[in-house]
Design a protein around this ligand. Structure first.
Ligand SMILES: Nc1ncnc2c1ncn2[C@@H]1O[C@H](COP(=O)(O)OP(=O)(O)O)[C@@H](O)[C@H]1O
Ligand SMILES: [Mg+2]
Length: 321
């Protein structure tokens, strides 16, 4: 029987989508991309495939999941299977350098970024490009904000790079990036499904850079900035994002064959917007969706995604759905 196949490596992120599939009576199954056996000389099963491999898979002891997924996606493509977020999405997911190239090609501003290979080159690059300016250090293959650090001085960065705390990035690459000083501690994350904007969510950054919206990440829904009343960390915005940016982002995604993504941007003190992260594996914050009256509907992230995948299944396999 043809069904929806979800390729993933984190079972904790699956329940919201599983519920949405089940509520809609859609046939689906999961492919856990950590270990497994794949007969590449046989055709894959029929169905619609949704790849949600995550850039942070190595942080869950799934060091080779992205590599395994790349091979499996090539096999699916060779047999003409419909894959939502295929190899173009995986390429972006595991490389911020590629994300910035894709964004730049569509005229989307990104923070000035220097790609560095080799721990010993990090300080050379910082001296050359960020002499007296604050700098963000982030892994090229990242996720959930892990390893993203802000340094106000070269001394601070030097100390960190020489310390035991410095983690070698999994692909050997880091980015040094201009720190975008937002006048207020918020970023915006725009959620796209089927290549179109569903909603934008405002995320409170007052407590740091680890901003995974999934319930399973359980970092708490309330932000408690010093001296201020607690507020919700994730808040769906009543308005869309600026039309020009929206068009450019939708074209960027289309060109990279990405259909599902959460794209993050930040505004500086002049109101200029900079896009710095494309999450092709995206999670939705259930409390924010609940407060916005979206939970359980097609206007929620999991609901819109399940409906989109179900529509694709019905289109390609009219008898399955
Ligand atoms: N250039 C930057 N200027 C200011 N804040 C940043 C910058 N880059 C990242 N951040 C902050 O760090 C968080 C994590 O960075 P991000 O690039 O999204 O990494 P990840 O892929 O791990 O989520 C962002 O959501 C934002 O709050
Ligand atoms: Mg991010």
């Amino acid at each position: 029987m043809s069904r929806i196949h979800v390729l993933h490596e984190n079972p904790l992120w699956l329940p919201p989508l599983a519920t949405a599939f089940n509520q809609r009576g859609l046939p689906w199954t999961e492919w856990f991309m950590h270990n497994g056996i794949f007969d590449l000389s046989a055709p894959p099963p029929e169905g619609v495939f949704y790849n949600r491999m995550s850039a942070s898979s190595h942080t869950r002891d799934h060091r080779y999941s992205a590599e395994l997924t790349a091979g499996v996606l090539a096999w699916l493509a060779a047999h003409g299977r419909r894959v939502v977020n295929g190899s173009g999405a995986l390429d972006l997911e595991i490389s911020k350098a590629r994300q910035y190239a894709a964004l730049t090609a569509h005229g989307v501003p990104t923070p000035r970024s220097i790609l560095v290979a080799g721990r010993q080159k990090v300080l050379d690059a910082a001296r050359l490009y960020f002499a007296n300016r604050p700098v963000i250090l982030k892994p090229n293959r990242g996720g959930k904000g892990l390893g993203v650090r802000l340094f106000h001085t070269l001394e601070g960065l030097t100390e960190h790079v020489h310390s035991a705390e410095y983690e070698e990035p999994v692909d050997g690459l880091v980015l040094l990036q201009d720190y975008i000083r937002a006048p207020e501690p918020f970023i915006t994350r725009a959620e796209f499904i089927g290549g179109r904007l569903v909603y934008a969510v405002r995320v409170d950054t007052s407590e740091g850079f680890e901003l995974c919206p999934a319930e399973a990440c359980a970092i708490g829904d309330l932000a408690c900035p010093v001296g201020e009343a607690p507020r919700h960390k994730f808040e769906i915005l009543p308005q869309s994002i600026p039309g020009e940016l929206r068009g450019k982002l939708e074209r960027t995604l289309a060109d990279s064959s990405v259909e599902v993504a959460g794209i993050e941007f930040i505004a500086d003190e002049h109101g200029r917007l900079f896009v710095y992260d494309i999450n092709t594996n995206t999670n939705y914050n259930p409390e924010a969706e609940e407060r916005d009256g979206r939970a359980g509907t097609d206007r929620s992230g999991p609901g819109a995604l399940a409906t989109f995948l179900g529509t694709e299944l019905a289109r390609l396999y009219p008898k399955a759905a």
